[in-house]
Design a protein around this ligand. Sequence first.
Ligand code: SAM
Length: 298
Amino acid sequence: MSTNQATNQETAIGSVEEFDQNWQERKETKYNHWVKGAPKNQIQLAFRSHWKLFKEILKDRPMKDCLEVGCGRGNISSYFADNGSDCTLLDTSASVLEIAKEIYASNDHKAAFIEANALDMPFGDNSFDVVVSIGLLEHFEDIKTPILEQIRVLRPGGTFLGYIVPERPENVQKYYGWFNKILKFVAGVFTSKENTPPPKTDIYRSDFGSERYLPILEGQPVTDIEVTGMYPMPMISHSPEFPFSLLPKPLEWALTRIFECVLWSREKLYGKTLYRGNPWACKEELGQAFLVTFRKAQ
Ligand SMILES: C[S@@+](CC[C@H](N)C(=O)[O-])C[C@H]1O[C@@H](n2cnc3c(N)ncnc32)[C@H](O)[C@@H]1O
């Protein structure tokens, strides 16, 4: 069912301690994945692309009050905030909320930062127009509880956006494993012993696909349920696992332009067959991630 062990609990409920440790120790956690102009690296491009698809889904829907659950640095909320939404960022990790506050201040974005658990959120029923999570739900063995809690705080007519990154060795990444191994080797040769970062803390991740998520929604007050694969690109890095490490700046810049060309071609060639005509959408089994979205019934 899962490749990683739930190290600090019998039933994985978010790998809370492991995340907090990574947020404290890794320099990658200081990356700012939001950018106003052209994306400078593959992760900025990824969040830009998530946002374009989300915006398409949300057009003609309310999006004033937005909650990001398991926000980390609040990358996707930066897009919502920049677009004029009132954002609330919730995470169990006090460390990452401090990083998020610094990033928001440097980008001149405003948000409310809440240290709390996704399983029991300190908000009344029907509080938000959008509840979004990126890379959260796959860290729970019991996915029903956090999903029902998110439905509870959504307003009728509000939109749930759950972007899930399952443990899935057979996705697009499998074609590039050899390349990342070479990069890892090269990075190791050029990194001195003193500069070697501590090993990343292992984090529980399920391999549940949408077939495990959709039955949970049966009988719930939800409509307009949709699923799509997302992120049809590999992560090219000596360290592609969370928290993701970037390559040297010129390489990232070049890679980002190549990915943009691939996306442009995908749109021209296959646009009509893709979910909402969006080149960031793909088959669920191919993508790095998949999206489950629905609206709370009016
Ligand atoms: C993979 S990170 C994703 C961060 C962010 N959404 C992003 O897009 O980069 C998952 C986040 O969920 C948080 N988290 C894990 N379990 C949680 C829980 N039970 N309640 C709230 N946040 C949780 C972790 O601290 C971590 O910041």
